[in-house]
Design a protein around this ligand. Structure first.
Ligand SMILES: [Zn+2]
Ligand SMILES: [Zn+2]
Length: 434
């Protein structure tokens, strides 16, 4: 009988009744073959690997993370609550020492969902990792968290959610945004004015394979993590870097994924993308689970895998050397950047496109710059479908002056907007204005 060297809890939620459309790549049967593969390989017969049911994310769990416009129910279905709840269960298992590690094999995914949610972007409505981190902080008092996003697409939603947070290190490895959705994730995107260097983007050239990915983990990600010393390490484990994935252009294999996981040693892995549901997901998920459990994964192979098939060109490896250097530079020596400032606020103005739902959001964010606390932010957001909306977020360490300024602003202005949401981490109040 096999025994896991590291006990592993697997939270499985395939959401067989939820899809964007019947032919969409993020569809019901995405985890069907994985489930069969686990059964066939006897994964749950290994002593120390256990299966767990997801929790269900409550209103407050979502509303302490996202501004949902025009309201929570409009953007968050039961499947989204359970998918996020799967991540919460994974977090609970690890924090309460029921298992040493956990793997949330859930869908729908979340890493393209930003702070403001008007609808679906890149198959995501609710950012399940961010909901999990906010829950962990509230429930267990955790502070320093690192998220390493190894999905093939830039984790633009997770980046946005933690942009101003110096206690969260976000590292995203992804296919270069000049060649793939969502078109962002360049090294100059390195965090907000109070969190410079806490966002690290590593945009990999198309056709990067096992050698390249593992090099980036060893030469960029691990040294940065060793310095940051997170209390908890989360891996957004997208599987669409696989050579058979139908919507991306990378050459990563199931063996490569397993080796990456063994190097990274995340406390919690959360499934993100991955659309080769028969040719990749069953093998990659098996490799990940075995690596997380500290078991031998050397036999995990796709039926059509041949070693040496996907060796990177010299140019790809040269580009990767440069990217590793650049990533270390971003974290260890972030450069000061010019931020737009007005009357004591840092300003960000953006247009955000929701590809799945065809929504164009215009957003203005004002972050109060207080010398004594993290203060608060005001987000004005509008799209054709929802009209003007207001979000006010008060951070947990807000000083009394900032707290009262933000609350006064919210209660005076809320009537001018179609929807207004208060996110008050200091007093634990999550509510809509009217
Ligand atoms: Zn993806
Ligand atoms: Zn203050």
């Amino acid at each position: 009988m096999l025994t896991a060297r590291t006990s592993l809890g697997i939270v499985f939620f395939p959401a067989y009744d939820w899809a964007i459309s019947p032919t969409h790549p993020e569809r019901e049967e995405r985890l069907l073959y994985t489930q069969d593969q686990f059964r066939e390989e006897g994964l749950f017969d290994i002593s120390g690997i256990s299966e767990h049911r997801p929790l269900r994310a409550k209103d407050e769990d979502i509303l302490r993370t996202h501004f949902c416009f025009p309201g929570l129910e409009a953007v968050c279905t039961e499947s989204h609550r359970i998918s996020a709840g799967g991540a919460l269960q994974a977090a609970r298992l690890v924090m309460e020492h029921e298992t040493e590690r956990a793997f949330a094999l859930v869908r729908p995914p979340g890493h393209h969902a930003m702070k403001v949610v008007h609808g679906n972007r890149g198959f995501c409505n609710i950012n399940i990792e961010a909901v999990m981190v906010a829950w962990l902080r509230q429930r267990y008092g955790l502070r320093r968290v690192a998220i390493v996003d190894t999905d093939c697409h830039h984790g633009d939603g997770t980046q946005d959610l933690f942009w101003h947070d110096p206690d969260t290190l976000f590292i995203s490895l992804h296919q270069d945004g000049r060649t793939l959705y969502p078109g962002t994730g360049f090294p100059f995107e390195d965090g907000g004015p109070k969190a410079r260097g806490r966002t690290v983007n590593i945009p990999l050239p198309p056709l990067t394979g096992d050698t390249g990915y593992l090099k980036v983990i060893q030469e960029a990600v691990l040294p940065i993590l060793a310095d940051f010393q997170p209390e908890l390490l989360i891996n957004s484990a997208g599987q669409d870097n696989h050579y058979s994935d139908p919507i991306t252009n990378m050459n990563f294999s199931a063996q490569g994924y397993a080796q990456l996981t063994a190097l990274l040693q995340p406390d919690i892995a959360v499934l993100e993308g991955g659309y080769a549901i028969r040719d990749a997901l069953p093998y990659v998920n098996l490799g990940l689970a075995l690596a997380l459990a500290g078991c031998d994964f050397s036999a995990v192979r796709e039926p059509d895998f041949r070693s040496g098939r996907f060796q990177e060109s010299r140019n790809v490896m040269l580009a990767i050397d440069y990217l590793c250097e650049q990533a270390r530079q971003t974290y260890f020596h972030p450069e000061p950047q010019d931020c737009q400032r007005e009357n004591g606020f840092f300003i960000r103005e953006r247009r955000i496109y929701y590809d799945t739902d065809g929504i164009t959001e215009m957003q203005r964010e004002e972050l109060k710059d207080c010398g004594e606390c993290s203060a608060y932010r005001i987000v004005r957001s509008a799209c054709r479908q929802n009209g003007p909306c207001l979000g006010v977020e008060i951070f947990a360490d807000a000083c009394p002056r900032c707290e009262s300024e933000a609350l006064t602003f919210f209660h005076q202005k809320k009537g001018d907007f179609k929807s207004a949401q208060l996110m008050d981490h200091k007093n634990q109040v999550w509510q809509y204005g009217h």
